[in-house]
Design a protein around this ligand. Structure first.
Ligand code: ZN
Length: 293
């Protein structure tokens, strides 16, 4: 079995007051966390630029400064987000900072996300028995996704094909078929516990409903995220099945382990991999496995 690729999802838009003071906000904090996660065993770091108060920072300059600082100090593969500007901006604006960074090897990201469909991003609150919001739509038209994947391919950035449900996976398979996405494709299955209803439940059944629809006869490297829940409950099953792990306190604060750092979560995944008998990929190995230039 190939080596396990561990991706650290260090901050998303998680706020420290949601339960974990270790969520990195500023470029220096993100860089330090990326280095610590690499030391612990992560091959990829995924981050969202944030302002000092934790709110989203959409400044292309902040992204460039952060990526170049990570690349100067670590060989970890870098995966910046497109940002939640995504909810209102056009496709060119959403991808602009990635393309700008890709022009210079010092700031070039290795990966960028493409969420392969559209969905509602409203959160249901079962205690209060109501939805917290009602009109948040994460819109990714097929044309927008084709633009993302074709443009990233030209820019030498590997698309991270995020699949919230089976319909997204089918779209990703169609893009491979069209040659818009090159093999090996990198696909990430989203489980959403205690948050959005648009992903699969964070259970073995939810996971299997994703993996049952892995495109046959295609070279796909797949990973799993649990946005809002404890991915470690499923990590051994994922690792044993040949999948990869995308984990971090950006997705879930992991109160069951106190207030862990991202690096401590990565260490837990490494220990599980050892139990299952699977080696952990270095960034260089992950790069080769994913066909990143
Ligand atoms: Zn993200």
């Amino acid at each position: 079995m190939r080596e396990l690729i561990i991706e650290a999802r260090i901050n998303e838009y998680m706020r420290r007051e949601q339960g974990n003071p270790h969520v990195p906000y500023l470029p220096g904090e993100i860089v330090a966390d990326a280095i610590a996660c690499r030391t612990a065993g992560a091959a990829i770091v995924h981050f969202h630029a944030r302002k000092p108060d934790g709110s989203p920072d959409h400044d292309a300059e902040t992204y460039a400064r952060t990526v170049s600082a990570i690349r100067r100090s670590s060989d970890i593969l870098v995966h910046p987000t497109l940002g939640d500007v995504t909810l209102e901006a056009g496709p060119e604006q959403r991808l602009a900072h990635i393309l700008e960074m890709a022009k210079d090897p010092a700031t070039g990201p290795h990966l960028a996300p493409a969420d392969m469909g559209s969905l509602n991003l409203d959160i249901y609150n079962p205690q209060a028995r109501r939805f917290d919001t009602l009109e948040r739509i994460y819109k990714n038209s097929t044309g927008t996704l084709a633009y993302f994947c074709e443009t990233m391919k030209r820019a030498g950035v590997k698309p991270y094909l995020t699949c919230w449900n089976v319909g997204f996976t089918r779209c990703a398979a169609a893009f491979i078929d069209l040659g818009i996405v090159e093999e090996p494709a990198y696909m990430s299955f989203i489980l959403t516990d205690n948050s959005f209803l648009g992903g699969h439940p964070g259970t073995l059944q939810g996971l299997r409903a994703h993996t049952d629809f892995l495109p046959e006869d295609r070279r796909v490297v797949w990973s799993v995220i649990d946005y809002g829940g404890n991915l470690l409950r499923l990590a051994s099953a994922i690792i044993a099945a040949g999948g990869n792990i995308s984990i971090g306190i950006g997705d879930y604060t992991y109160p069951e382990f106190g207030q862990p750092t991202n690096a401590q979560l990565v260490e837990r995944v490494v220990a599980l991999a050892r139990d299952v008998g699977r080696e952990v990929a270095t960034p260089e190995e992950a790069k080769a496995m994913l066909g990143i230039r």
